[in-house]
Write a protein that binds this ligand. Structure first.
Ligand SMILES: Cc1cc2nc3c(=O)[nH]c(=O)nc-3n(C[C@H](O)[C@H](O)[C@H](O)COP(=O)(O)OP(=O)(O)OC[C@H]3O[C@@H](n4cnc5c(N)ncnc54)[C@H](O)[C@@H]3O)c2cc1C
Length: 186
């Protein structure tokens, strides 16, 4: 997580970026507001149980016939692979077709080094109900907003997560502008 330390909210030049910094709960006191992209269940120490995620293991093959003109093939059978991709067929990737094919194997995140990829939806909707419990709990934290795929427990593509986070930030800044001083919002 990159911690953006807003030293002076009036000027964007005073934003400091810290990479490779694990979020510790006692850091909260150092900031007027925290936009937190970590898994919301992890933040609340799994108070209502963990939220499930689907993950993917990638199996790379370096010498395999690839008889398709499309770069990605989705499998609809019940075999362990869900799709395969020949990277050289994507523009700009370079390489030789067949020399780099990646197969994807779906699994739970616990089976893949806790890599949370896709929030899970079930017919009865229990994961979303569990998330709602965390969302309610998060309302008690005035100084924190959970953002992103793991903070809001929703699958976002890149453009969606950027748009959503910009919209959250915009709302927050206009609230703070009214609270602190009308001068810096202009
Ligand atoms: C396999 C896969 C393929 C995808 N392909 C596409 C695609 O083709 N096109 C597309 O638009 N989108 C794609 N996406 C989606 C895209 O990756 C997400 O939309 C985007 O990464 C979500 O951003 P985020 O900030 O919500 O979460 P993340 O990118 O997961 O960022 C969350 C950050 O929080 C950090 N963090 C978590 N816990 C802690 C902690 N305790 N302390 C400190 N830091 C912490 C993590 O290290 C991470 O850097 C794909 C996603 C996956 C999983």
């Amino acid at each position: 997580m990159a911690i953006l330390r807003c030293l002076n909210a009036c000027s964007i030049t005073n934003i400091e970026v810290q990479l490779n910094t694990v979020f510790e709960n006692d850091m909260e006191n150092q900031y007027s507001h925290v936009f937190n992209s970590m898994p919301i269940d992890e933040y609340f120490e799994n108070e209502f149980g963990p939220l499930p995620y689907r993950s993917i293991k990638f199996e790379h093959r370096f010498d395999e016939t690839f008889d398709y003109s499309v770069p990605t093939v989705n499998f609809t059978d019940t075999d362990k692979y869900t799709r395969k991709t020949a990277w050289p067929l994507y523009p700009g990737c370079g390489g030789i077709v067949g020399k780099h094919v990646t197969y994807e194997i779906p699994c739970s995140y616990e089976e893949n080094n806790m890599e949370r990829y896709y929030p899970i939806k079930t017919i009865d909707g229990w994961p979303q109900r569990r998330y709602k419990q965390y969302e309610e709990l998060a309302k008690s934290k005035d100084n924190m907003t959970f953002i992103g795929r793991c903070g809001q427990y929703i699958y976002y593509d890149m453009h969606q997560v950027v748009a959503n986070s910009l919209s959250i930030a915009k709302n927050m800044f206009s609230l703070l502008a009214n609270k602190w001083s009308p001068s810096w919002s202009k």
